[in-house]
Design a binder for this molecule. Structure first.
Ligand SMILES: [Zn+2]
Length: 135
């Protein structure tokens, strides 16, 4: 399974600009201080819509996962939901992990991939034990 080209729009431009430089952005609410998921249009705590961006530290824990089997002859892909250290959940590919060795709560790190030349850089998760110091 491949990730098709991911394209930006006005609402996602800041997120993808940051991803291209190895940063994962979350929504921050100046009114109450809450952190919300990147796709949030309003604060998940107080419903304010005047949100700014904050950089995530890049740590997460595994919440759930599934193995997606593509066409015969292609490698299976692990898709997961992870809870970021800041609280929001994010779903993405999990690379570098063996399905049989995964467990709920396993420490993960965010990494970045450029799946195709016409795609934005996208975040993925990797087991924290295999993550490099960059990103
Ligand atoms: Zn708020």
């Amino acid at each position: 399974m491949t990730v098709g080209p991911v394209a930006r729009d006005a609402d996602t431009a800041a997120f993808f600009d940051a991803a291209a430089s190895g940063q994962f952005l979350l929504r921050h609410c100046p009114a109450c201080g809450a952190i919300s998921a990147p796709q949030s249009a309003q604060c998940e705590r107080c419903a304010a819509t005047d949100l700014d961006w904050r950089r995530a530290i890049g740590d997460a824990i595994l919440v759930s996962w599934t193995v997606s089997h593509g066409r015969p002859g292609t490698d299976p892909v692990i898709l997961c939901i992870a809870e970021l250290a800041e609280g929001p959940w994010w779903w993405a590919r999990l690379e570098g992990g063996e399905p049989k060795s995964l467990s709920i709560g396993a420490p993960l790190r965010i990494a970045y991939r450029h799946p195709t030349p016409d795609s934005e850089v996208v975040p993925v998760f990797v087991p924290a034990s295999t993550a490099t110091a960059s990103g």
